[in-house]
Design a protein around this ligand. Sequence first.
Ligand code: AMP
Length: 396
Amino acid sequence: MKVLVINAGSSSLKYQLLDMPQGTVLAKGLCERIGIDGKYKYEANGEKLEGDTPMQNHSDAIRFLTSMLVDAKCGVIKEMKEIDAVGHRVVSGGEKLYESVLITEESKKAIEECIPLAPLHNPANLTGIKACEEVMPGVPQVAVFDTAFHAKMPKKAYIYAIPYEYYTKYGIRRYGFHGTSHRFVSEQCAKAMGKDVKDLRIITCHLGNGSSISAVDHGVSVDTTMGLTPLEGLPMGTRSGNIDPAIVETLCDNEGLSVKEVLNILNKKSGVLGVSGVSSDFRDIAAAAKEGNERAALANEMFIYSVKKFIGAYAAAMGGVDAIVFTAGVGENDKGFRLQMTEGLEFMGVKVDAEKNDVRGKFAEITAEGATVRTFVIPTNEELVIAMDTEAIASK
Ligand code: AMP
């Protein structure tokens, strides 16, 4: 079965065509600046193409990308009919959509109802779904939610300590994000250990531009650092992560800003960018720290310290830990961070071997001899999870 995986943003659309069940990527690409001037990147058969093409809307982008897929020169299929199903990444499924679903009028309505929980993402995801319906009528479509893996968290982990009626009235609770990634790497980790995920307690650290950590207890995400929105938890590239909520009022009063403006600062100008004043990219910050920039070094230290604290907290939450996984841009690529994030955790059986840790962007077990907790680097693959769920649902 050939599955087209779509990750639609407000003015961009990432895609992959996968051959399932093998999971082979036949082609992948990106349409950007949709509704502006239209740019594309496309990769297939070891060749990379990029250029400009007018794309007024997401339907134009879908039409363009499918024309690339069937193109006589650079295409990978003969005709559109070969696309058996489409899988969409949808950021929030709220409380009702706790597993992947076939797109129907009813599920589209439910995704629409979740817009207040992901106002930047769900409308764009829906636009992608509607564009595919228009361009590929009759092809089954599936929605896979970022929040789904966290849907079985216990109430004590997802209720905020604010008046309970705000949960019942507005659905204010922890939902968590990066669920497909946490699910994928925890399953891969169990596989690598030759065990069932249901027999393990795993801490998954998805560390990228956006970062979150999950406690995966016997296959269930029982706690995660992101909350109602992806702003909570660790300090990130540009997001503050956890702060005292009273800071919002202090900033409004002192800077004459509205709550919306302060939240914009917390989302886009904070995190390691805000502290360092250098960049949101961890590579730039590392380079600046190396040259003696003290605030860049501080931003790094804060990030490392925060990850370490959550590893400790989640080990306590699960009554122990069998494995720790590092994934995403920073987790997969930065050996220095991995080493520092696990330094001093020998007391709980965690120790990373510096030589084994000398890897970048590929699977590796990096556990030092004598450590009782195993540590892994596992590249995430959210597209594969989306394609797997899509295949399973579409072939029913
Ligand atoms: P992601 O959001 O998962 O794409 O991750 C993006 C982050 O990963 C950026 O802050 C990058 O600096 C970081 N990153 C990507 N590649 C590397 C690398 N080779 N070494 C260190 N950090 C990296």
